[in-house]
Design a protein around this ligand. Structure first.
Ligand code: HSE
Length: 436
C-alpha cells in the first residue's frame, strides 16, 4: 500500500515534536492508521538552526509554498502559527486538494468559518485537535464522545502559561515576570506572550470549544477576555483564606437568553478537582445533560504533548482518506447546514458571583455605605471580611463575596463605591464560579 506523505510547515517546538513522535512510534502508528506515514518535506525560516528532531531523509526548504504545491504531498501540517502567511498557505493547500492538520488556534478561531467552508467544498478535512489544550483530546471528546448530549456549559484552564504563572506565584511567591520568562524559555508561551497573560490565547481556544459544544459559528470577537496581570499576591491569599483558588478560566455557558463566552481570572472552590490543576497542565470540565460533569486533564503545551494531538489528527485523516466526504465527522461537530444562530451575550448580560477587594477608611459607617450601594443594585453579600490595616496605611482591606448578580449591576455598583470619599483606589473584582 502506498505510504501517506506529510509536508510539515514549521519545524519549531511542535514541528520538531511531531517529527520525533512519528519516527519513534512509526510502527505503532501505521498499525493504527492502516498505512505508513512519512514526513516527506518540511519548511523552516532558517535551515541552519539547531533542531530538536533528526531531519535525515526529510526534504527541507525555506519555501512553504513549494510544499503545498507538491502533488506528492497528501497532508499538510500547518505549525507556523499566526494568521497571515499561515492563512494563505492553508487556503492554497485546500485549493490544491490537501488535507490540513493545524495547531493554530488563532487561525481557526479567527478564520475557521471561511477555512471550513472552503474545505467542505473541496472535500478535504481540516483537523485542529492540538489547537485547544495541547495533548488533551478535548475536541474529539466534545465533537464525538459527547454527541448524544446537550452541552450546558464548559469551563477550562486552557492556557498553560497563565496557569503556570498563577501556580508559581501562589506556591513559591515568585514574581510574575520571572515566571513568564521561564515559560518562554520552556517553549510554552506564545510568540507574543501578551496573548497568554491577557487571555487572548484562551479566548481563541474558548471560541473553538463553544463552537463545537453548541453548534454555533466561530465568534472570537464576541469573547469577553480579561487577563491575569492584575491578580495580586494579596488576592491569591485572601481567596485561599475563603476556601477558593484563583484560576484563569475560559467559560462557555448556554442560557435561555443566549451564550456566555468569557475568559477571566475566577475564584473556584478549592475542593473542585479543577482548582487543583497546577503548573502548565490544562483541564476542561464539560457539563452534558445526559452524562453530567466530565473532566479532561493533561499537558496543555510542550513539544510532545502537542505532537500527540497532531499525530492523532494525522491518523484520523489517513483512516478516512478514501471515505465519502459527505459522511465524515463535521469540522464543527454539527452538520454545516445545522449551525445555529444563537446570540452571544454581551459582558453586561453575564450572570456570576463576585469577589471584591477594596481599601476603606477605618471609621464608623463606611461599610454601611458600601453595603447599601450593593443593596440598591440588588446585590446580596455572601461573606465579608475586614483585614487588619497594612503597616503605614490608613485604610483597611475589605474583602467581600457576593451572590450571583448581573454584571451590569455590578459595574454600576463599583462605579458608585469607587466614588465614595472613604474608599481609596480602585476595587479589585474577580468573578466567582462554583462549577457545581
Ligand atoms: N501558549 C499556549 C499555552 C501554548 O501556554 O497554553 C499552547 O496552546
Amino acid at each position: 500500500m502506498k505510504a501517506v506523505k506529510i509536508g510539515v510547515l514549521g519545524l519549531g517546538t511542535v514541528g520538531g515534536g511531531v517529527v520525533n513522535v512519528l519516527k519513534r512510534n512509526s510502527k505503532e502508528i501505521s498499525r493504527r492508521a492502516g498505512q505508513e506515514i512519512i514526513v516527506a518535506s518540511a519548511s523552516a525560516r532558517d535551515l541552519s538552526r539547531k533542531r530538536i528532531c533528526d531531519t535525515t531523509g526529510i526534504h527541507l526548504t525555506t519555501d512553504s509554498f513549494e510544499i503545498i504545491n507538491d502533488p506528492e504531498i497528501d497532508i499538510i501540517l500547518e505549525l507556523i502559527g499566526g494568521t497571515g502567511l499561515a492563512k494563505d498557505l492553508v487556503l492554497q493547500a485546500i485549493e490544491n486538494g490537501k488535507h490540513i492538520v493545524t495547531a493554530n488556534k488563532a487561525l481557526i478561531a479567527l478564520h475557521g468559518n471561511e477555512i471550513f467552508a472552503k474545505a467542505s467544498k473541496k472535500g478535504v478535512m481540516v483537523l485542529f485537535e492540538s489547537a485547544v489544550a495541547g495533548g488533551i483530546p478535548i475536541i474529539k471528546a466534545i465533537r464525538e464522545g459527547l454527541s448524544g448530549n446537550q452541552i450546558q456549559w464548559l469551563a477550562g484552564i486552557i492556557n498553560g502559561t497563565g496557569n503556570f504563572i498563577l501556580t508559581e506565584m501562589r506556591d513559591k511567591g515568585r514574581d510574575f515576570d520571572d515566571v513568564l520568562a521561564e515559560a518562554q524559555a520552556l517553549g510554552y508561551a506564545e510568540a507574543d506572550p501578551t496573548f497568554d497573560v491577557e487571555g487572548i490565547d484562551a479566548g481563541h481556544k474558548l471560541a473553538i470549544l463553544a463552537s463545537i459544544a453548541f453548534g454555533i459559528p466561530l465568534q472570537f470577537d464576541k469573547v469577553f477576555t480579561e487577563g491575569i496581570t492584575k491578580i495580586t499576591r494579596a488576592d491569591v491569599e485572601y481567596a485561599e483564606q475563603l476556601g477558593y483558588r484563583i484560576k484563569h478560566l475560559g467559560i462557555a455557558r448556554k442560557t435561555d437568553q443566549g451564550i456566555e463566552l468569557r475568559v477571566h481570572p475566577t475564584l473556584i472552590p478549592e475542593r473542585r478537582l479543577i482548582a487543583n490543576v497546577d503548573g502548565v497542565m490544562n483541564a476542561v470540565l464539560v457539563q452534558g445533560d445526559a452524562v453530567g460533569p466530565t473532566l479532561y486533564y493533561g499537558a496543555g503545551a510542550g513539544a510532545e504533548p502537542t505532537a500527540s494531538a497532531v499525530v492523532a489528527d494525522i491518523v484520523d485523516v489517513v483512516r478516512v482518506l478514501t471515505s465519502d466526504p459527505e459522511n465524515r465527522v463535521p469540522h464543527l461537530a454539527f452538520q454545516a447546514d445545522a449551525i445555529a444562530d444563537i446570540p452571544v451575550l454581551s459582558s453586561e448580560q453575564i450572570k456570576t458571583a463576585y469577589y471584591l477587594r477594596l481599601n476603606a477608611e477605618d471609621k464608623p459607617g463606611v461599610l454601611a455605605e458600601v453595603t447599601s450601594i450593593l443593596a440598591n443594585h440588588n446585590i446580596s453579600i455572601e461573606a465579608l471580611i475586614q483585614k487588619e490595616p497594612i503597616e503605614g496605611e490608613t485604610t483597611v482591606p475589605v474583602i467581600m463575596l457576593t451572590q450571583t448578580t448581573l454584571e451590569k449591576e455590578m459595574n454600576a455598583a463599583i462605579i458608585e463605591i469607587e466614588a465614595l470619599s472613604t474608599i481609596t483606589g480602585s476595587i479589585s473584582r474577580i468573578r466567582v464560579e462554583t462549577l457545581g
